[in-house]
Every structure is written in structure tokens, then in C-alpha cells.
Design a protein around this ligand. Structure first.
Ligand code: 4AD
Ligand code: MG
Length: 464
């Protein structure tokens, strides 16, 4: 078995004979007749210095022709390194070239720093860069920490469907799923596309959220969460929006808004602690790369108490702010990202949980408060990124839910199964959705969700 570079750092010592496999970052030849190859395999931030003596039989023919991107298997002995970068290096006894780069001038990932926009145009090769390698390891660390956290708290992970007929957020931002031939679709007598002739016999879409299904499982198994891809045909070209993103959605029976807000805070803290403990190597690199001190950013989120305020109070603070916002602030208006950033970065200088929003700017399923004007909703806002979590206590009273659906002109039949949950042993319940890419963008300091997912989907961009 070959050793990963991570294992070499963690387990091996001087004198060990090892085999490593990876890709060449750089090659430098010294006048004294050795070549230094910087080899990486993605198992950790660090690469391995491989020293190749010129007496290897393929030295002239192959080693001296190695370029960035070639893949290698190297056998040799670990020796003390004289370089400052590392304590151990590998003295090669055998270098086997697994794959050549056929035209080195055309290899898009040169060792110099490329712009993030350029890297996106080569999304299949960008994980070979330091920066996207670090993001991938941190995304993995965050995902594992989320599963670990919920498992320790007794939550069950449930799979929610990707294909659905219900629009959870009611915002009409759904991608249609269909087997119809849209060049020449079947039409009904009114000339409308006849979805009864479609695979599912009705119009179906890619889900915008697993919440409605998670509610059904919470109202049987008490504490559950979904963690999977969700889709929004939202035509916004911003650093916070993707057409395909991953959402983590816990849902808890016999629970209310305040308990959900506490759960959100402890989850975010657990994630930050895990990244600090497990990915210091990548945080060090990304801090330098982004110019943000990511250690103190995460440390703050992990230790600082979040501010909890009502929407009404947040609006009062914004109205008193001595600055002109692009979007006007008044009771009833949704908070825009500039408002969110003002609250977290200027006013409180802390993460803020805003609760109890006007019902007219929130989704149909949120519990109506006693004032009849607001719903038990919350948004968790983080400094530097804004909304990272959205959640609520759900309306568990069938008559109130029905009245709200009527008010919004929704077709009750489409939500029969969801309404039925309220007829058979209904309970107060609450939950939220955490956008994984917003969390990754925040933790890595890159601030753009396009860097936080391996192959980003945005308007007019679904290549790779
Ligand atoms: O606030 P949202 O729309 O809430 C829901 O979908 C609820 N059904 C969640 C629940 O209560 N179970 O989305 C939740 C989070 C946002 O706070 C944001 O972090 C992320 O999902 N998000 C997006 N991330 C990337 N691209 C987009 N287009 C996103 N839309 C939402
Ligand atoms: Mg939201």
C-alpha cells in the first residue's frame, strides 16, 4: 500500500521506506545533480518534497522532462530535510511516471496564482490548486461535523425527495422535471401542455427544500434532519446564490422558535470548533490568501453569544442608522443584504438572530403569532455574509394553516398530505435550513458560494 502525504506527516519517521502517489506541482533542478519535485496528493495542505538523484536510470530520459500536473509513483526513504518548509523529505529510489501532461504549455493550472474567475472556467482541474484543494477539505470537514453533531444529539438523518410536486417556499422558483417533448408536447383541449401525459401524470419539479417532508418524519421520529442538494431557478447573479446548493434542515417535534434558534447557534459553534481543530493547515493558507484572519473569525463565532432580536427592533435600529441604504427600511419590508450587514458588522459586531417577521414577507407554513401580523420566523445573520440560516416554527393548527393558504390563493389539494399531518396528533414543531455553501464561503474567507461547491450552477452556466 502506498502512503498518503497526510500519513507521512502523521505517522512516519526518518528512515521509513515508503511509496507515495500524487501530482507534480513544481520541479527544480540543482547544479549539483539532483532534482527537487514538489508532489501533492490532496490528503492535506502540505506537499512532499521529493529529492531525485541523477543516478536513477530514468533521470535524463524522464525525470528531467516532468512538468506541472504529471502524475507519479515514487518509492524511497524518508530523510531529514534541510529545507525550512518541512521536516521530512523523500529521497527517491524509483520514480514511475503514471501519466504525462501531453502538451505542458496547454496545461491550464500553472503553479502561479490564477484568479478565481479563471479557475471556475477550468472547474475540472481547479481542485489541483492550493486554494480549491483547501476549500474541498474544509467543505468535507464541515459536512462531517454536521453529521457528527446531529448524531450526538440523537437526530436521525432522513432522505427527502429531489423530485416533488410541492413548492415549499411558494416563490415559484422551481426547475421543471419532465419527460415531455417540448418541441411538440401533448396539449389538452385548451392548447395547454398536458402534464397528465407526462411520466408522473402531473407537473413535477426539483425540490427547493426538504422541509415539508422532514416535517412528516419529525412528527413521527421527533428529531430528524435532511442534508442534500436543493435547487432554485432564482435569476440572481450574486456571490450568495446558486441554482443548485446543499441544505441542512433539522426539524424537531414538540419544539418552538426559541429552541430552534438555540439549536442553530450551537450547530454553528460546533462546526467552527471542528474546522479549527481539524483544518488549521488550510485555515492558515486561506487566511493569507483572503487577507482575513480566519482563526479569529471562527473563534468569535464559536465563543461569542449571538444577539437575538425581533424584526420590529431590527427595523427600528436600521431606521435610526445614520446612513442611506439603497433599499428603504420600513416595517413590512424584507431586510436586504446591506441591512443584514449593517446589523452584524456595524451595530452589534456579532452574529444576529432576527425573529418574528411580518407574515407577508414569509412562507405559508410559518406559525402565525398572537398579534396576527407576524410569524414565528428567524434568520441567522453572520458578519461578512449576511443570512446563513432561515427557519421557523411551523403552523401546526390546520384551521390557521388553511386560512393562510386561502389568503395566498394556494391550492389546498396540492398539499393534502401536508395538511393531513395536522389532523392526526398534530404537535408544535420547528426547524431551519443552513445553506452549506454560504457556510463554506464564510469559513474559507472567499465570500463567494461559487468557490464553495465543486461544480457551481448559476444562470447560463451548467458546464462540467
Ligand atoms: O431561507 P430559505 O429559503 O429557507 C428554506 O428553504 C426553509 N424551507 C428552510 C427550513 O426551514 N427548513 O433557505 C435556507 C438557507 C438560506 O439561509 C441560505 O443559507 C441558503 O439556504 N440558500 C441558498 N444558498 C445558496 N444559493 C441559494 N440560491 C440559496 N437560497 C437559500
Ligand atoms: Mg431565507
Amino acid at each position: 500500500m502506498h502512503s498518503s502525504i497526510f500519513n507521512i506527516q502523521a505517522k512516519h519517521k526518518r528512515g521509513d521506506l515508503v511509496t507515495v502517489k500524487g501530482w507534480v506541482r513544481t520541479r527544480r533542478d540543482s547544479k549539483s545533480g539532483v532534482s527537487f519535485i514538489n508532489l501533492y496528493d490532496g490528503s492535506c495542505f502540505d506537499s512532499l518534497q521529493v529529492v531525485v538523484p541523477d543516478n536513477l536510470e530514468n533521470y535524463q530520459e524522464e525525470v528531467l522532462k516532468l512538468t506541472t500536473g504529471c502524475s507519479l509513483m515514487v518509492k524511497g526513504e524518508l530523510v531529514k530535510s534541510l529545507g525550512k518548509q518541512q521536516s521530512l523529505e523523500l529521497r527517491a529510489e524509483e520514480v514511475l511516471v503514471v501519466g504525462w501532461v501531453d502538451d505542458p504549455d496547454s496545461y491550464p493550472m500553472s503553479p502561479k496564482r490564477h484568479s478565481l474567475e479563471y479557475l471556475r472556467e477550468h472547474a475540472h482541474l481547479r481542485p489541483r490548486t492550493n486554494v480549491i484543494g483547501s476549500v474541498a477539505r474544509i467543505r468535507n470537514c464541515i459536512s462531517q461535523a454536521i453529521h457528527r453533531y446531529f448524531n450526538e444529539q440523537g437526530f436521525l438523518w432522513v432522505a427527502s425527495p429531489i423530485i416533488t410536486a410541492s413548492d415549499c417556499e411558494g416563490a415559484g422558483q422551481m426547475f421543471r422535471v419532465s419527460t415531455l417533448d417540448f418541441q411538440d408536447p401533448a396539449r389538452d383541449e385548451h392548447g395547454k401542455v398536458d402534464f397528465e401525459k407526462d411520466f408522473f401524470g402531473k407537473e413535477t419539479f426539483l425540490t427547493v427544500s426538504g422541509q415539508l417532508n422532514a416535517e412528516a418524519y419529525a412528527c413521527a421520529l421527533s428529531k430528524v434532519y435532511t442534508f442534500g442538494p436543493t435547487f432554485r431557478a432564482e435569476n440572481s447573479n450574486t456571490s450568495r446564490h446558486l441554482a443548485e446548493f446543499w441544505m441542512v434542515e433539522p426539524e424537531v417535534a414538540f419544539s418552538d422558535l426559541n429552541e430552534s434558534a438555540e439549536l442553530a447557534e450551537t450547530l454553528l459553534k460546533a462546526i467552527c470548533r471542528a474546522v479549527l481543530a481539524e483544518r488549521a493547515d488550510d485555515l492558515r493558507f486561506l487566511s493569507e490568501y483572503s487577507g482575513e484572519d480566519l482563526f479569529s473569525r471562527l473563534d468569535q463565532l464559536a465563543t461569542m453569544s449571538f444577539v437575538h432580536i425581533d424584526y420590529t427592533e431590527a427595523v427600528a435600529i436600521l431606521e435610526q442608522a445614520e446612513r442611506d441604504f439603497e433599499f428603504p427600511v420600513f416595517w413590512g419590508a424584507d431586510l436586504s443584504s446591506e441591512h443584514e450587514r449593517y446589523l452584524t458588522e456595524q451595530h452589534f459586531k456579532a452574529p444576529v438572530i432576527v425573529k418574528n417577521y411580518p407574515k407577508d414577507i414569509k412562507s405559508f407554513y410559518m406559525k402565525l403569532n398572537d398579534d396576527g401580523k407576524t410569524v414565528a420566523a428567524m434568520d441567522v445573520l453572520a458578519p461578512g455574509i449576511g443570512e446563513i440560516i432561515g427557519g421557523s416554527q411551523r403552523e401546526h393548527r390546520l384551521d390557521v394553516l388553511d386560512a393562510r393558504m386561502d389568503e395566498l390563493g394556494m391550492n389546498q389539494e396540492d398539499y393534502d398530505w401536508y395538511r393531513e399531518l395536522r389532523r392526526y396528533g398534530t404537535v408544535p414543531h420547528a426547524g431551519f435550513g443552513l445553506g452549506l455553501e454560504r457556510m463554506v464561503a464564510y469559513v474559507t474567507g472567499l465570500g463567494n458560494v461559487r468557490e464553495a461547491i465543486p461544480f457551481p450552477r448559476t444562470p447560463r452556466n451548467a458546464s462540467f
